[in-house]
Design a protein. Structure first.
Length: 365
């Protein structure tokens, strides 16, 4: 069963699927936007170069399928993730695509000088105008020892709101008495997003009038409270006149529920390993996940992966319809850590096929 399913994935879309996608593209603006969060996973037996090549190939595929944006994330000292130099990876993906928005989901701003990030993303915007997003988080994106190696100061996370304002100013119009400017970067007005998994980020995004992305693909506990706070307290800004909440989730779609669950065991193994303090390469899927993790590990991993939708088109469609209705999301950003690259591309293809059934963007109450 496994070999046959993977062979079907590698064959890709048939003509009928291509026609459906072409018809869907004509009405893309009326549908709930779908975007991709790619962690540039390094799989067992592969290299960082392989992972980055696969990221660019996936972005090209997503562009053809009508996905809105393709984001990469900053993580350090993780042997299974190739996007530590996030702005470099973004440039590589942007160079290989032409219309899809490419950006950071996100840059951990306390790790950096706002001026340096303004210069990096100002450069990206100069090279790929109108296509660059800059999502900002305040977590270190790594462990404590690596945190110190990054030369972070003890209070750097506490300065996050001030750093966001400084970065916003550096990317905005040059002021009459402004001495320091980002070159390139000044007046590029790269769109900023606030990322988070707690009420802190939702409050900041609301106060600054910025779009908000919630990391419910791995930390869903505060999702509904954060969305409520963001919408209730949102103040319009020059960038955004009404709230825009993008919600993260894990999605794996395959021809059958059983095949999708099998592919998802790579993610489940990874979360079990994280709970054991082990961070390695993305593992091959296994037939029996129950033999891999303990009862407490399973309970904790399932709590972290609560916003995961795994199955056939029919199964995932029903799951996502309920999720969108519950969250009233303005956009979904999807992570899909599937070991086999062809199967991952096919998963995103099948997800795109059910996008019309997710309905239009819902009006916010």
């Amino acid at each position: 069963m496994r070999a046959g399913a993977l062979a079907r994935a590698r064959r890709g879309a048939n003509l009928q699927s291509e026609c459906r996608l072409a018809r869907r593209a004509q009405g893309i603006g009326r549908m709930l936007p779908l975007s991709i969060l790619d962690l540039a996973f390094i799989t067992e037996g592969a290299t960082a170069a392989d992972a980055l090549h696969n990221s660019r190939d996936l972005a090209r595929h997503a562009e053809k399928l009508g996905y809105t944006r393709f984001w990469l994330a900053e993580h350090h000292n993780m042997t299974g993730i190739a996007s530590a130099a996030t702005s470099v990876a973004i440039g590589y993906v942007a160079e290989g695509t032409s219309t899809i928005r490419v950006g950071a989901g996100g840059i951990m701003l306390p790790n950096h000088s706002p001026l340096v990030i303004a210069e990096q993303f100002g450069t990206l915007e100069a090279l790929y105008p109108g296509r660059i997003d800059l999502g900002l988080g305040r977590a270190p994106g790594t462990d404590q020892r690596t945190w110190r190696a990054l030369r972070r100061e003890a209070d750097s996370a506490e300065r996050f709101p001030q750093d966001v304002l400084e970065l916003q100013a550096l990317l905005g119009p040059l002021q009459p008495d402004q001495v320091i400017q980002a070159v390139p970067g000044t007046d590029s007005n790269v769109p900023l997003w606030i990322l988070g998994s707690s009420l802190f980020g939702s409050q900041l995004a609301a106060m600054l009038g910025l779009p908000y992305a919630f990391a419910s693909h791995f930390s869903p506990d505060a999702l509904m409270d954060a969305l409520s706070v963001y919408r209730e307290r949102f103040q319009p800004s020059a960038q955004l006149d009404k709230p825009h909440a993008m919600v993260g989730c894990n999605v794996v779609v395959a021809e059958t529920d059983a095949e999708a669950r099998y592919l998802f065991t790579s993610v489940q193994q990874r979360f079990a390993d994280m709970l054991r303090g082990k961070r390695g390469l993305l593992a091959k899927p296994i037939d029996d996940i129950e033999s891999y993790w303990s009862g407490p590990e399973k309970a904790q991993a399932q709590r972290m992966l609560a916003c995961s939708f795994v199955g056939s088109r029919t199964t995932v469609q029903a799951q996502l319809q309920a999720f969108v209705e519950k969250t009233r999301a303005d956009e979904l950003i999807v992570a899909s850590a599937v070991f086999d690259h062809a199967a991952r591309k096919r998963s995103y293809e099948m997800l795109a096929e059910i996008q019309p059934a997710l309905g239009p963007v819902m009006a916010q109450a």
